[in-house]
Write a protein that binds this ligand. Structure first.
Ligand code: HEM
Length: 358
């Protein structure tokens, strides 16, 4: 049943400081004033071996006034080390290259996750997005209604940067269930399951459907697969709590941190995500209709059936609802970004759709 976790996971620049694409400073325009439109995803990096990534070229630096960080400890860390622009305002291409360089996330997973987020969160004309709160630095917002996935995430979690209560819960799961008090597959799955049960019990509006359903399981695996220094396919997936805190709270690589050996792409997240799911295989996509009343969504295949295509259509329709009647350059950029998104499905079994024309 989990084979389509691949599809599931689908949903959800070696950019050293100062190495921005030229359009950022063209003709004295600020990034938010320049309108390059849609850009194709950058290529995969060639060398996916393990290497020191907390190196002299990528020092950790504290936040400057105005720097933005968000709910993703991976992107936050990359920004605080200069793999991403330290401001937290970035292009999708920069994210795709940075997650490969800094964590060895596989290109296929990186590109799909990034485009899935960008088409609804990003600015299609300036080609910029924020990794945290909405900001005018990405340019004028052309969406007809408010939607901000990264901001939405903050509302759910209560605290944008670090939530000590949640980290305590994660730590407790590691102490009670992990091998030698570490975060491992079992303790990570327990923590994820507890969070879901807690939301069902307390949040009357809890929704847990594609794409969030899929990315939640994928994200559960990320610390095990990418926050462990020098991880190889043979090494144990155990993350010490001090190292976990370094990423989650300080957005900092532990000293002498080596990225994993070999990329963590769709195939790998499919395997590990399946392990997480199988420990509590009774949660399916749905939403609360009142506290404690979790109703399944019969349309949503989750990990079964063709989750990939379901996710593609859903995200595409959502984009259309944000831009019901775009004109000129905006329409062109939307067409191109949706075409890129479809191309990242790999070998899809569903037809491409063209809500903004071809
Ligand atoms: C490829 C581009 C990526 C995008 C667009 C992205 C985006 C996000 C977003 C929006 C969330 C919040 C989800 C929510 O709670 O609603 C999140 C969470 C998370 N991300 Fe990322 N992410 C990316 C890559 C990565 C990488 C490379 C890592 C690890 C190396 C990572 C690790 C995590 C973890 C562990 C969480 C869960 C955090 C928590 O539960 O507190 N992400 N990501």
């Amino acid at each position: 049943m989990f084979s389509s976790f691949l599809a599931a996971s689908l949903l959800s620049l070696a950019l050293s400081a100062g190495a921005f694409p030229e359009y950022r400073s063209l003709a004295g325009l600020s990034a938010a004033e320049s309108t390059p439109g849609a850009q194709p995803p950058p290529p995969a990096i060639n060398d996916t071996s393990s290497k020191l990534v907390f190196d002299e070229a990528h020092p950790w630096e504290p936040l400057r006034p105005g720097d933005i960080r968000g709910p993703c400890p991976g992107l936050n860390t990359l920004a605080s080390h200069g793999y991403l622009d330290r401001s937290g305002v970035v292009t999708p291409g920069e994210i795709i290259t940075a997650v490969q360089e800094g964590f060895n996330m596989g290109w296929d997973l990186a590109a799909f996750v990034t485009y899935a987020a960008f088409i609804v969160d990003g600015n299609h004309l300036t080609n910029l997005m924020s990794i945290g709160a909405k900001t005018p630095e990405t340019g004028p917002d052309a969406r007809t209604r408010y939607y901000w996935r990264f901001e939405h995430s903050r509302r759910i979690r209560g605290n944008f940067l670090f939530n000590e209560t949640l980290f305590d819960q994660l730590s407790q799961a590691a102490i009670d269930f992990g091998s030698n008090g570490t975060l491992d597959v079992t303790s990570a799955a327990v923590h994820r399951h507890n969070r879901i049960l807690d939301s069902i019990a307390r949040n009357p509006n809890f929704t847990f459907v594609t794409p969030r359903y899929l990315t939640a399981y994928a994200e559960t695996t990320f610390p095990l697969a990418m926050f462990v220094s020098n991880q190889t396919s043979d090494s144990s997936m155990t993350l010490g709590l001090d190292d976990a805190r370094s990423f989650f709270q300080k957005h900092k690589y532990p000293d002498n941190f080596f990225r994993r050996n070999g990329s963590y792409g769709l195939t790998e997240v499919g395997v590990l995500g399946a392990e997480v799911f199988e420990l509590f295989p009774n949660i399916f996509p749905g939403n609360n209709e009142g506290v404690g009343n979790y109703v399944l969504d019969p349309e949503d295949p989750g990990f079964n059936g063709d989750g990939l295509c379901y996710a593609y259509y859903k995200q595409t329709n959502f984009t259309l609802s944000l831009y019901p009647d775009p004109t000129d350059d905006l329409r062109t950029a939307l067409q191109q970004n949706l075409a890129s998104f479809y191309s990242l499905l790999g070998d899809p079994t569903c037809e491409e759709v063209f809500p903004f024309g071809q």
